[in-house]
Unconditional design. Structure first.
Length: 82
């Protein structure tokens, strides 16, 4: 299974077909959420994520503005996405 076949959900990588959102999820009905677009580039030394920590810091701060408690710290998010 390649990394393109899985998605990070609830702290673990799961197959896309197993990633389900409950029908009563608040974000599904009301659009409550935060997101951050992160660019990655293929280089001679492998994949390089552009300003990874800065993006994750902004994501954390955005959550705080909406009083959303993020269950993962920036280092856990960095580790899971890099």
């Amino acid at each position: 299974m390649s990394s393109a076949d899985v998605i990070w959900m609830n702290g673990e990588l799961v197959p896309w077909e197993d990633a389900k959102v409950h029908v009563l999820t608040h974000g599904l009905h009301y659009g409550t959420g935060v997101f951050e677009g992160i660019r990655a580039y293929e280089t001679e030394r492998g994949t390089a994520v552009f300003r990874h920590r800065e993006h994750l810091d902004r994501l954390r701060r955005s959550g705080e503005l909406y009083y959303m408690e993020l269950p993962y710290d920036v280092e856990a998010l960095r580790s899971a996405t890099h």
